[in-house]
Design a protein around this ligand. Structure first.
Ligand code: CO
Length: 134
């Protein structure tokens, strides 16, 4: 697989309303958009530096991946996302190498990207997302 760069850093926050102003008004990073990703139970709020994005993640409820993360670890960096050319091919390669991935098929993430997550057990402790630009 070919890694094309860091696409974004995902940050779990308690409240987008409360936490977004730092990224928007203090750092003045260009706002990409706010979007509900229903099957992940998350609202994303994206800022684009031009060289990698910041993805704020607010849980839609307690029983969601971000809800559980916030409950266990509190707000903070949740994952690092790398852009790849072909996420389906990447999944196949990772499975052949016995890397633990969260799902066998890509799902549709924020901004319509095709994404997959790699389990922190296989990466040295960091949740890694791979994303293919639609
Ligand atoms: Co992400």
């Amino acid at each position: 697989m070919k890694i094309l760069g860091i696409e974004h850093i995902g940050i779990a926050v308690n409240s987008i309303d409360k936490d977004a102003p730092f990224w928007k008004h203090i750092l003045k990073i260009s706002h990409g958009g706010t979007e509900m990703v229903e099957d992940q139970g998350v609202t994303t709020d994206i800022y684009d530096t031009g060289k990698g994005k910041i993805e704020l993640l607010e849980s839609m409820g307690g029983d969601t991946p971000i809800g559980k993360f916030l409950e266990n670890r509190g707000p903070g960096i949740h994952h690092v996302c790398f852009e790849v050319e072909d996420v389906t091919k990447a999944i196949k390669e990772l499975k052949e190498l016995n890397i633990q991935i969260i799902s066998d098929e890509p799902t549709i993430g924020a901004e319509g990207y095709k994404v997959v997550f790699i389990h922190p057990k296989s990466t040295g402790g960091v949740l890694v997302e791979l994303a293919e630009n639609p």
